[in-house]
Each structure stands twice: as C-alpha cells, then as structure tokens.
Write a protein that binds this ligand. Structure first.
Ligand code: PMP
Length: 422
C-alpha cells in the first residue's frame, strides 16, 4: 500500500511549494460527501473541492452523463467543430441567470478565465479601461484577476506589477464597522480621487465574498452599485463562481437582492467537478468582442458540458435550493448555540448554505487565525475536513455537498460542536 507519508515525500520533491497543499493525506476515492484516503481513512468532506461539489462527489447522474459523452467524442475544440450540448447549455443558462431581456453565454475552463473574459467583454463594450473591485475579494490567480483580488498575502506576493487602472473599495462588514453606505461613499471618493466614472468599464463584486470570509453583500449596496452603473454606463459584473448553483438557497446569490447584474461569472459547481466556466450576460454586451476575441482550446469541453447539464437536472430534481436553505439554517442554529459558550466566535454569517464563523480573541477582538487552525485540527482528528478563509485567515467556512445524507450531516455537526468546545 502507498502511504500518505511516502506520497508526501514524493510530492514535496516533485511539485513546487507555491502550490500550497492543505492536507497531509492523499485522496483514493470519494462518494457524495465522503472521501477516503490512500490508507483507507474516511473523511466527511466539508470542503467539497472548494465549493465545486454542490452535487457531491460522483453523483450517479453526472457519472452517467460524462460516460455517455465519453462514448461520443471528448474534444473537437468548440471553435473549430461546434456541438449541440454547448448551445443547449447556453440556452438553459440564459433562461436561468437573473438577467432580463436577451442573454448570451460564452464558456471557458476556469473561474479566473471567466473573470478575465468578463473584463475583456466589459472593456470591448464600453471602450473604457477602469475596473473597480472590493477589498478582500478573490477573483483568480492570473495577472488581471490578481489585480482585481483584494488580498495581498499569499496571492499577490512577488507577482507584480499588475495591470493598471484596477481600484479597490472596502466591502461592507458589520464586524469591521463598514456599512453599505461607507462602501458607496468610498466609491464616490474614488471617482473624485483616482478615476472618473466615464473611464470605468466595470465594477466587479462577489455577492457573498468567498475567500474573503463569506461576507454577505447588503441589498442596499447592490442597489447603490446598480444605480451608479446605470448613471455612468458601467458594466456591473457579479462574480458567482463560489456563490452560484444553489449554494445560497437560490440558484444565484444575486436573486436574494432583486438586482440584476449585466454580466455574471460562473464556474466551480457549474459542472460538479469537471473544469468549466462561463460568462453570461446581456446579449448586446456579450456581442461586443469581435469574432475570435473570445474562446480557448478547451472552452466548452464536451465532458464538462455534459456534466453541467446533469448538474442543472440534479439541482431541480433534488430541490437543492430548498435543501441548501434547510441545511444552512440547521448549521447556523448549532453555531449560534456554540457562540453562547465560546466567546471566540465573534460572528456567525450565512446565506443559505454559505455559512461561516469568524474567530477573534475575546479579550482584544483581534482576528485569531491560530484558533481557526486548532478547530480545523480537532475536526480533522475526528474525520471532518474544514476550510478556512478571510482577510486574516480567521474564518471557518462550511462547504458541504448539498446532497449530503442527513445522518452524515448530523455526525459532522456533532464534530463541529466538539471542536468548538476546544
Ligand atoms: N472567483 C471566485 C469568487 C472564486 O471563489 C474563485 C476561486 N476560489 C475564482 C474566481 C477563481 O476560480 P479558479 O480557481 O477556477 O480560477
């Protein structure tokens, strides 16, 4: 049997440290919300491949769809020889995204690529360079998306210079005393101090910040951004790479606000573990780039597209939006109970099943990343995989598959209770 420690030695010798790896065990197989390592140990997977597996590991519907496509063809390059499944997936997404009027969708491979292309589309449409993003936001690891990402360590360290004309304003946070009005005031100041609104192509926002700590955007902010974008002809981009596909209790987080973006970026749970991303948006904006301006060799990979069709079927058939709301409220009530006795829990945040707790030193109020590490380690001892996030690494996020069986979910909640008792 290959052991985890043998694999770790080989891993450290063969792959660079820049690809930071969280776990010291190595995956052997996985099923729904469970994962087994090469030594046969079982874990409850509350990481879900970083929000990719809303439909769980190897959902039978996805496996069947991928197998059926495997028997047909695996690659033609859509830009060379197109195929129906991309057209029908675009049609389905065009009808589902929270944008009224004619919508078109372009496919890519990774989340970062979707964000890169959303900016290209917004620039082609407006003829302007500027991009405004939010502090603590995360949009990817390519150079343009790093410029938009609002967190220096570890993402940006040593990688500059970044593309110019990208600006940040603070994201609202009750804990840090930043209101939606403060964010909008910062934008107004930015328009005075740094860039005039008529040079701004796009404002990009995660409706719930993912890597930034599961901060939920207030409706007031979304309404304010929409009004500013309308007033100045700026493209509003909602980055739903992490918040999309039923995670928040609705198919897309923007649906909680009744505010329409102009473009929406999708990836992660879109194809349930196969690499696929997309930009959907108002048809006249999506058509701004000239033919050949968008694409990619693997964009719209047939296996990934087949998987995405199955994801959309499963979300409806298994009522995963309702399930996200139900599981999220069960978890939140347990976390609020824990907060009564554990004073390190400064805040419980949630939208549906996008749930997190922020840990701070009860005496000083300072962010406590070490406490997060202790909770993670304790949970891991009992076979529960938890992820951290947040500007200061002091947030624990819970990203279980929405298809998790009730009994397993309950087992995980008990492990979380214990881990939070210290
Ligand atoms: N946007 C958001 C909101 C994300 O959470 C991520 C990934 N964590 C990305 C973009 C980048 O996606 P990818 O890693 O697939 O490039």
């Amino acid at each position: 049997m290959t052991t985890n420690s043998e694999l770790k030695t080989r891993r450290l010798a063969a792959t660079p440290r820049g690809v930071g790896v969280m776990c010291d065990f190595h995956a052997q197989r996985a099923e729904n919300a469970s994962l087994w390592d090469v030594e046969g140990r079982e874990y409850i997977d509350f990481a879900a491949g970083i929000a990719v597996l809303n439909t769980g590991h190897r959902h039978p519907r996805l496996v069947a769809a991928i197998q059926a496509q495997l028997a047909q063809f695996t690659h033609t390059a859509y830009q060379i020889v197109p195929y129906e499944s991309v057209i029908s997936l675009a049609e389905r997404l065009n009808a589902l995204v929270p944008i009224s009027g004619p919508v078109k969708t372009a496919f890519f491979t990774t989340g970062a690529e979707a964000l890169e292309n959303a900016v290209k589309i917004a620039r082609a449409h407006t003829g302007r360079p500027g991009v405004i993003a939010f502090g603590g936001g995360f949009h990817g690891r390519t150079l343009m998306t790093l410029a938009m990402t609002g967190k220096v360590a570890p993402y940006k360290l040593g990688f500059g210079p970044f593309p110019a004309d990208v600006f940040h304003v603070p994201f609202p946070s009750a804990l840090q005393g930043v209101s939606a009005a403060d964010s909008l005031a910062a934008l107004a100041r930015l328009f005075k101090a740094d860039i005039e609104p008529t040079r701004v192509a796009a404002i990009v926002i995660e409706p719930v910040q993912g890597e930034g700590g599961f901060n939920v955007a207030p409706t007031e902010l979304m309404q304010g951004l929409r009004a500013l974008c309308d007033a100045h002809g700026i493209v509003l981009i909602a980055d739903e790479v992490q918040s999309g596909f039923a995670r928040t209790g609705k198919l897309f987080s923007m649906q909680h606000h009744g505010v329409e973006p102009d473009l929406i970026t999708l990836a992660k749970s879109l194809a349930g573990g196969m690499p696929l991303s997309a930009v959907a948006g108002r048809a006249h904006i999506m058509d701004a780039p000239a033919p050949g301006g968008l694409g990619g060799t693997y964009a719209g990979n047939p296996l990934a597209v087949a998987s995405a069709h199955a994801v959309l079927d499963v979300i409806v058939e298994e009522k995963l939006c309702d399930r996200a709301a139900e599981l999220g409220s069960r978890l939140v009530s347990r976390l609020l109970d824990a907060k009564e006795s554990n004073k390190a829990i400064a805040e419980v945040r949630a939208q549906g099943s996008m749930v997190a707790i922020e840990l701070c030193d009860p005496a000083t109020g300072a962010p406590d990343a070490e406490a997060v590490k202790r909770v993670q380690a304790k949970a891991m001892e009992h076979g529960l995989l938890l992820l951290s996030c947040g500007m200061y690494g002091n947030v624990i996020r819970f990203l279980y598959p929405l298809t998790i069986p009730d009994a397993l979910f309950e087992r995980a909640l008990n492990i979380i209770d214990d881990a939070l008792k210290g």
